[in-house]
Design a protein around this ligand. Sequence first.
Ligand code: TXA
Ligand code: MG
Length: 315
Amino acid sequence: MSGKNVTEVVQAEPEGIARAARILESGGLVAVPTETVYGLAARADLPEAVARIYAAKGRPSFNPLIVHLRDVAQAERYAVLPDEARALMAVHWPGPLTVVLPRRADAPLADAVTAGLPTVALRAPAHPVMQALLAAVDFPLAAPSANRSGFISPTTPGHVLASLGGRIDLVLDGGACATGVESTIVAVREDGRIEQLRPGPVQVGEQGPTGGPVEARVEAPGQLASHYAPGKPVRLGALTAQPDEFLIGFGAVAGDVTLSASGDLNEAAARLYACLHEGARAPHPRIAVAPVPEEGIGLAINDRLQRAASPPDQG
Ligand code: TXA
Ligand code: MG
């Protein structure tokens, strides 16, 4: 299936969703909208299907995938759920929170999903299209962001096609993603300790739901210093553009485009990757980005911008 060169795009109406479900059932790859970014979905219980995700993205095999499912009841089949995890899920599911948990030994998952780790990352998305798809199939969906590994994440079907067109079977067109940056990732260890692995739309704060501390210094295996790369140098904290720079503005700093003219951080998150894609396409050899406040979802925006600005990893 996924070796073919034409990627179909269908509207995320009932007919299109049914077609996506059939392609997934037979082991194909479908790009699906979620509230954060578009995901590249395959059935999580089929090794050949999961292998296609890694091949289409050019993703290193040590970088595990998030398993998307309907709800806590389905999550029980795949992971051990400490009370702290249940409490987080009760507050934030469905939504942009991914929880890394001890993987159940008998979890019906392809081994490549977890890249050999004893843990598994679970998320129940809030987007109605992803929810309809998860309701239509009887397996969970492994889905990384639908971009070539290391590049800018996609928030529109056009972004997906620019990166993965010809490498995947179908794109379900559900329009632009409303939130715009990837889910917050926390790990809940067997003893109930919580560690934040990636900042995102959900602010977990310094205290977990049952009162324990949240540690914020651990990295997810895929969070390499250089990521979300537009393919040219990026300068942060810019108040004005140099002559050869495409300026991405924010608030009072007007640019060639702006994250949010009114300085709204939620709007900036929703527009972040579209602005970086525009900068990548622009004729300018360099990109500059205005300062964005380090608060709320601004923490996630700055995390992604710093990785976009890091030179490619050596080796
Ligand atoms: O919002 C999102 O999370 C989107 C949508 C599609 O759901 N997905 C997404 O997937 O951002 P991806 O693959 O681009 O990022 C997932 C991150 C990677 O950094 C990966 O290393 C980490 O999650 N991860 C997955 N499983 C893990 C595990 N068992 N332990 C630690 N980190 C894990
Ligand atoms: Mg990604």
